[in-house]
Design a protein around this ligand. Structure first.
Ligand code: CA
Length: 442
């Protein structure tokens, strides 16, 4: 899916002023009980301790670069590490981060979407690791967004034959994993491709796709063997509601003997059918192919409002969406709880669930003000904190080139538009039946 670079003096000053205020008012409890919107979150019985409760927060550093402020439950502004610590205290135990080969144009200008190159992944991985969370590295093998609609080959690999591309992919995967591990990132899973529905890294024939996926998988196995650091190989698909599609993908992977551990699915409840169908299609893969399964991306909206003036992917303007839950914090919580339950219902092959971009909030809150929108646009272009900059148009003319802009998911975040946490930040801890974590540990 979708989504900023220079620091805004005014925002920094706002942050600093708030920080000064908050230091003076610092004897409240750091718990979600202070959150203005109370939500009911029931414990999920029999949730295994090793069931992964994750979040993809790939845009977070670009958000900080853009001057976005995040706060803890007592209203204290958070620095980068403080933000990761807050997520960890709320029960998030694994951070997913996308990696693009070279998300910059010929003049070094960012394509946006968090400019998630290897360097960014290393920093996010270190922050997550220091907060005590594992890390899922999500290689797109593209210079920008890879999803069911596009799987564009990295610029540097254009024109390569299949064998040469497979070797480039294997070497890139291996080098990247060594760089991450050397930097102390605690990688638990590696995704070879993102939402690879019959397209991958510029290829569209299963034999060729499988050859490239196998090369990525071999690289993970080689690094695991050499370092002794175990990492699960994850393949990721989308559109579980398309009848028979997952079985077809799994059969092709089996036929071509691709070595992988986890078959992952995106599941956006408003696009992707029922949770019952999700359970059923994942269970088929688990039973027939012996693979472990998980949901690598899910989200649900708590409001129809657009926080930043750049249209959202979830909203009342999309009449094709199925809104099976109220559009409220409670609806968001119920939707996420049902996704977890649906994965658990698969049985002992169930791995976990990752929420997608729960902190991609507005750079500045728009409120229909044209001057604020203009300022947001400047920041998205400079900091890469929107889903795409105009510079991405040279690589992705059909989509980014026409529709570049800000956050398409600000109404599905766990934080409000101003960066204050909702009870969703503690959702994972609460479904485990754990009580409030108490005082912050900074
Ligand atoms: Ca928006």
């Amino acid at each position: 899916m979708r989504r900023k670079a220079a620091v805004l003096l005014s925002l920094l000053l706002t942050c600093a002023a708030v920080q000064a205020d908050m230091i003076m008012a610092d004897n409240r409890n750091d718990t979600e009980e202070n959150s203005t919107e109370k939500i009911r979150i029931e414990k999920i019985d029999d949730l295994p301790q090793d069931f992964v409760l994750g979040a993809d927060i790939s845009s977070i550093l670009a958000q900080f670069e853009s001057g976005v402020c995040y706060y803890d439950f007592s209203g204290q502004p958070l620095d980068e590490q403080g933000f990761f610590d807050l997520l960890a205290r709320g029960g998030t135990d694994c951070v997913r981060v996308r990696v693009w080969n070279d998300p910059y144009d010929g003049q070094g200008r960012t394509y946006g979407g968090g400019h998630n190159d290897l360097k960014t992944a290393v920093k996010i991985g270190q922050l997550a690791t220091r907060a005590g969370m594992h890390v899922l590295i999500d290689f797109h093998y593209s210079d920008f967004w890879a999803d069911p609609a596009k799987q564009m080959v990295p610029k540097a690999w254009e024109g390569m034959g299949l064998a040469e591309k497979a070797e480039a992919l294997r070497a890139y995967t291996q080098e990247s994993l060594y760089a991450l591990l050397d930097a102390g990132v605690d990688i638990s899973m590696v995704q070879i491709g993102n939402e690879t529905n019959a397209y991958f890294c510029g290829e569209s024939v299963w034999t060729d796709i499988c050859r490239l996926m196998a090369a990525g998988s071999e690289a993970v196995r080689a690094v695991s063997a050499e370092t002794g650091h175990e990492m699960a190989v994850v393949l990721h698909f989308s559109d579980p509601q398309r009848e028979g599609s997952y079985e077809k993908y799994a059969a092709a992977l089996y036929r071509h003997r691709v070595d992988y551990d986890i078959f992952a699915s995106s599941y956006y409840p408003f696009w992707h059918g029922t949770t019952q169908n999700l359970t059923q299609v994942l269970k088929t893969i688990a039973d027939r192919y012996g693979k472990r399964v998980m949901v690598a991306e899910t989200q649900y909206g708590y409001t129809f409002e657009d926080g930043d003036g750049s249209g959202n992917t979830f909203g009342r303007e999309w009449d094709t969406q199925t809104l099976a839950y109220p559009v409220s914090r409670q609806g968001q919580a119920d939707a996420l709880r049902d996704v977890i339950t649906a994965v658990l219902d698969v049985g002992d092959k169930a791995v976990g669930v990752f929420y997608w971009e729960p902190a991609w909030i507005p750079v500045r809150v728009w409120n229909g003000n044209a001057a604020v929108l203009e300022e947001n646009r400047r920041i998205w272009e400079n900091c890469g904190s929107g889903w795409a900059t105009s510079f991405a148009g040279s690589y992705d003319p059909q989509d980014a080139g026409r529709f570049y802009g800000g956050s398409a998911v600000d109404n599905m975040a766990w934080f409000d538009f101003d960066g204050h946490p909702s009870g969703m930040v503690s959702f994972y801890r609460r479904v485990r039946g754990e009580r409030a974590a108490g005082r912050r540990n900074r």
